[in-house]
Design a protein around this ligand. Structure first.
Ligand SMILES: Cc1cc2nc3c(=O)[nH]c(=O)nc-3n(C[C@H](O)[C@H](O)[C@H](O)COP(=O)(O)O)c2cc1C
Length: 194
């Protein structure tokens, strides 16, 4: 029987993205984000909700462009670190993944991410304590493998291994618990002290 429950999205897991921007000195900054979805006008577009004040928001407002890099299981420890360290802290970007420049926009693209959007902001909507950025997708970057239609899509999706999140926990596509927010980054600390 269906009954009313508290307002939440607990059974609606979301994929995670690293939003990449360039700081004024040309070095990259990454933050972790899940309030991300799609819109349609004359083609596929994106809406991104960013709460509070953070470096990613400052840089998106200033430059009007950013990358959204799908977080795969292999990227999770680094992504978790970027989601728990403010860009205003100078040591945040001591660990940087391999990046290449966007093919269309001046944005940092994470090589290891299976799917990267190059995004241009066309409208910013203040929304209470947050701001919603409506964006045009100017380009998608991926490895040729993910574009190979001769490989069954299920197989490619499993290889992309996007990380899902709900209720403060990370999950694999098949529902495996990948740890509470804040725990995957601990493996980076172990590596850096070994
Ligand atoms: C799993 C996860 C998802 C997050 N999703 C969002 C989000 O959608 N919107 C947001 O404003 N902050 C989100 N955050 C918080 C930012 O990642 C965090 O504020 C980060 O420090 C931003 O980086 P920056 O300071 O370099 O901009 C999320 C954090 C985690 C751990």
């Amino acid at each position: 029987m269906k009954t009313s429950t508290a307002i939440s999205n607990r059974f609606c897991p979301q994929t995670l993205f690293l939003y990449g921007t360039y700081r004024d000195d040309g070095t990259p900054n990454f933050g972790l984000f899940c309030w991300f979805s799609y819109v349609w006008d004359d083609g596929l577009g994106i809406m991104a909700c960013i709460g509070g004040e953070k470096l990613t928001k400052d840089l998106i407002r200033k430059n009007k462009v950013f990358s959204a890099n799908l977080v795969s299981e292999s990227l999770l420890p680094l992504a978790d670190h970027y989601g728990h360290t403010s860009g205003y802290q100078s040591e945040k970007m001591k660990l940087i993944p391999d990046i290449v420049p966007g093919n269309v926009l001046n944005v940092p693209v994470v090589v290891e991410s299976p799917w990267t959007y190059e995004l241009e902001v066309v409208r910013e909507i203040p929304w209470g304590e947050s701001d919603v950025f409506l964006c045009k997708i100017r380009n998608v970057m991926t490895d040729g493998y993910y574009d190979d239609e001769t490989v069954p899509f299920d197989e490619r999706l499993r290889k992309a291994s996007p990380v899902l999140t709900t209720r403060g926990t990370y999950y694999s596509l098949s529902g495996k618990n990948l740890g509470a927010w804040g725990t995957p980054q601990q493996s980076l600390r172990r590596l850096s002290t070994e």
